[in-house]
Design a protein around this ligand. Structure first.
Ligand code: ADP
Length: 451
């Protein structure tokens, strides 16, 4: 700065002397003025160049100048560089933040104070049937036309969430959405959407289950209380009393069976998976199931009826690893069903086989009434019955096959059902090879079947 001033004075002096030499009256003033004017024009030109450089925002190619202008350009360049880096960093952070919101399984929509969509992630766009780019700055109520949402949006308080119909991310099916508005910033709002279909389904299943259980318990309870009232009010003879007590005992054991099955299901739901090292002998498992089945078969036989024929084939010495109680429940449910749904004189066969891939298979075949194909996919649902009265008459709870399926899932196996109306049914349990104790495999007969 100092040298620049000195230089200016020097040139003003030189110009004044030259002016005086040319015109002694006022030449020195004109000379000095001329130098000042030149300096101002030169500075204006440099200022113009710097403005142009700043306007084009080309920080990396500044105009080449020396002296005070050079210093100025250098400082400006450094400040601009720092600002650019800061802006880039902030943009990067914003991008990362938006990417994180994009990755969210929940939908996020940012609304301006007028309720127009400023930004939304892909999940929200799919849930609400919007286009994340095209629909920007559209009013949200014009796009989400569900009347429930319109009413919710116009409410003053948005403390609770609202349930509306939406679309799944895969666009395959309609889903139940939970939507909630949250205020932020200056009158802006954040709209969150969440797919709650599975929660809603689980809730509906829970409600159905409680309703079914109450209904199943109420029926024998009503019958029982009716009998108790009869016994209390009527003067019955011994035979009549015994008859009523027998009927009461049937209802009581029905309730007991139902409670036992419910307890079994809740144990299956809540307990740890069956161990892989606990051996269960097929022989002892099947001998108790066989005597149970023969007892049941005899109990349901009316006078003069031909008894059911039963064949049990169990290899000696083979052991399966799993939970004894669960395996007993699964296998006995299938065998007892075969007994209950096969008329007198029918044939029930059960056998264990080793499959070529070392899995082990249990199957029970009957010559009973069979099941129509439309019922097969639903048989393992809790309380699903093909013939309600037949099931109840024969002491069914409607939970047997649900238990079987659950047990098989816990043992890593599967349940297969084949049936034909009028011919009979075949229920098969397939256990993974890891559940067969390898040391006992040789006990299987050579007969190897294919699935
Ligand atoms: P339930 O206690 O009613 O027998 P399950 O869950 O064991 O309940 O079976 C569901 C339904 O499947 C039964 O109500 C019955 O209609 C049908 N079912 C099961 N096993 C057989 C079978 N062996 N033969 C014919 N129908 C069967």
């Amino acid at each position: 700065m100092f040298s620049r001033t000195l230089r200016l004075f020097f040139w003003m002096g030189v110009a004044a002397i030259a002016g005086y030499w040319l015109q002694p009256n006022s030449g020195h003033l004109l000379g000095a003025f001329f130098v000042c004017l030149l300096t101002v024009i030169k500075d204006l030109w440099k200022g113009q160049k710097i403005t142009q450089w700043l306007r084009h925002n080309n920080v990396q190619e500044p105009p080449q100048m020396d002296g005070i202008w050079g210093d100025l350009i250098d400082r400006m360049r450094r400040i601009l560089n720092e600002q650019r880096k800061q802006t880039q960093n902030e943009e990067q952070k914003l991008q990362d933040f938006l990417l994180a919101i994009q990755a969210s399984p929940n939908g996020v929509v940012l609304l301006d104070p007028e309720g127009r969509i400023e930004w939304c992630n892909q999940t929200a766009a799919l849930h609400l049937g919007m286009d994340a780019k095209r629909d920007l700055m559209q009013h949200v109520v014009h796009l989400v036309r569900d009347p429930v949402f319109k009413k919710y949006y116009s409410n003053e308080s948005h403390d609770a969430e609202a349930m509306i119909d939406g679309r799944s991310v895969s666009l395959q099916k309609s889903v139940k959405l939970s939507v909630q508005l949250h205020s932020y910033g200056e009158n802006r709002q954040l709209l969150l959407t969440r797919d709650v279909t599975t929660i809603a389904q689980a809730d509906a299943m829970r409600r159905d289950f409680v309703a079914n259980v109450s209904h199943e318990i109420r029926t024998p309870l009503t019958v029982l209380s009716g009998f108790i009232e009869t016994l209390q009010t009527l003067n019955l003879n011994k035979d009549e009393q015994e008859k009523y007590l027998d009927l009461m005992s049937v209802q009581a054991s029905r309730m007991q069976d139902l409670v036992n099955d419910l307890l079994m299901l809740s144990q299956l739901d809540g307990s740890t998976l069956p161990s892989i090292n606990e051996p269960v002998s097929l022989q002892s498992l099947m001998s108790s199931i066989e005597s149970e089945a023969r007892g049941l078969s005899a109990a349901q036989l009316f006078e003069n009826e031909a008894p059911q024929m039963m064949r049990f084939e169990t290899p000696e010495g083979v052991q399966l690893s799993g939970a004894n109680k669960e395996l007993h429940s699964a296998v006995s449910n299938l065998v007892n069903n075969a007994v209950r749904y096969t008329p007198s004189g029918g044939l029930i066969t059960s056998s264990w086989n080793l499959l070529p891939d070392q899995r082990i298979q249990f199957s029970v075949t009957d010559t009973g009434s069979g099941i129509a194909s439309e019922h097969l996919p639903r048989l393992t649902e809790r309380f699903y019955r093909v013939d309600r009265s037949r099931s109840r008459e024969s002491g069914g709870t409607g939970l047997g096959l649900a238990i079987v399926k659950h047990v098989m899932q816990r043992h890593g196996g599967e349940l297969k059902i084949e049936s034909e109306i009028g011919k009979g049914s075949k229920f098969t349990l397939i256990f993974p090879a890891s559940r067969v104790l390898q040391s006992t495999l040789s006990q299987f007969e050579e007969a190897v079947v294919s699935v």
